[in-house]
Design a protein around this ligand. Structure first.
Ligand SMILES: NC(=O)c1ccc[n+]([C@@H]2O[C@H](COP(=O)([O-])OP(=O)(O)OC[C@H]3O[C@@H](n4cnc5c(N)ncnc54)[C@H](OP(=O)(O)O)[C@@H]3O)[C@@H](O)[C@H]2O)c1
Length: 286
């Protein structure tokens, strides 16, 4: 389809910003939503919307604006999200609920609002940004993983429901990507579990997340994958992204659970030593 109309959430940084740019580069008219302003995207001809995915009125206003200005919406990219990291025992349920509000209910409510337009026109593509973490779960990320597992389950069910109306649903599953996500997840982790009985592994994991994110995949790679998934005539149902993602998924699937648990526990316990070693090595080479 030519000259599609796309609405993207969480476009003020990272993956969403790159997806907006990649879709615009393919000739798509892009409406980019986020809570923060996006003057750099505006300068590049992308329409921007103030959008809080936890606010019903904000979601409704965004869809109304796209329909009023462009007449239709062909592509919805549900990308807004964050990692509420912390031990399950330590995480206040109010924060767990907020994690679901942003990562799951926001995406599904927006989907509900665009679907009547898509099913009436007989065409539409919903691209849900899940995660490798939607396929297996790790300590200290339980609530985040739960939201991505939920998004995967809902996307699979939705794909079956809306296919007869010409609408397709696609999942993007990135591994670790070089965005603000790791810093925000590490902040949540330190706030939630930085003191108390999980403090040692939480501190190690927070440092490791931020360190690894510095060397992780460029978000432009995921932006381009989203554009491919949004515009392909016959998209795949899942786009697993990032080096090592497939190997990690295969290992987590075929190895016995207790062995995976043991490996991850060892990694969490010794990450601090490994990081000290890497930091001292990098100081030596400067
Ligand atoms: N980076 C990774 O390693 C990684 C890996 C797998 C999956 N993902 C997923 O990729 C998606 C994008 O993350 P990212 O890596 O690009 O992180 P990011 O740079 O932190 O971007 C997150 C985006 O979500 C928006 N957002 C957060 N809360 C929002 C709310 N209530 N309403 C509307 N927008 C909201 C933020 O915009 P405002 O703050 O301006 O609203 C921002 O634009 C997320 O769903 C994340 O879970 C990331």
């Amino acid at each position: 389809m030519s000259a599609s109309i796309a609405l993207i959430t969480g476009a003020s940084s990272g993956i969403g910003r790159e997806a907006a740019l990649a879709l615009a580069a393919q000739g798509t008219t892009v409406y980019a939503g986020a809570r923060r302003p996006m003057p750099d995207l505006e300068k590049r001809g992308i329409h921007t919307l103030t959008l809080d995915v936890t606010d019903e009125a904000s979601l409704q206003a965004a869809v109304d604006q796209v329909i009023a200005e462009a007449g239709r919406v062909d592509i919805l990219v549900n990308n807004a999200g964050y990692g509420s990291y912390g031990a399950i025992e330590d995480t206040p349920l109010a924060e767990a609920r907020r994690q679901f509000e942003v990562n799951v209910f926001g995406a599904i409510r927006l989907t509900q609002l665009v679907l009547p337009h898509m099913t009436t026109q007989g065409y539409g593509r919903i691209v849900n940004v899940s995660s490798l973490g939607g396929r297996f779960s790790m300590a200290l990320g339980g609530w985040y993983h739960a939201t991505k597992y939920a998004l995967e389950a809902l996307s699979d069910a939705l794909r079956q429901e809306v296919r007869p109306f010409g609408v397709d649903v696609v999942l993007i599953e990135p591994g670790l990507i070089h965005t603000n996500w790791a810093r925000i997840a590490a902040e949540h982790l330190k706030t939630t579990s930085g003191l108390g009985k999980y403090a040692a592994i939480a501190t190690n994991f927070a440092a490791a997340l931020q360190f690894a994110a510095e060397f992780a995949t460029d978000p432009a790679v995921i932006g381009r994958a989203i554009a491919r998934a949004a515009l392909a005539k016959r998209p795949r149902t899942r786009y697993l992204q990032g080096p090592g993602s497939r190997a990690a998924l295969v290992a987590a699937t075929i190895l016995p659970d207790r062995l995976v648990d043991y490996g991850l526990r060892l990694a969490l316990q010794h990450m601090g030593d490994l990081l000290d070693l890497l930091h001292s090595d990098s100081k030596r080479t400067v």
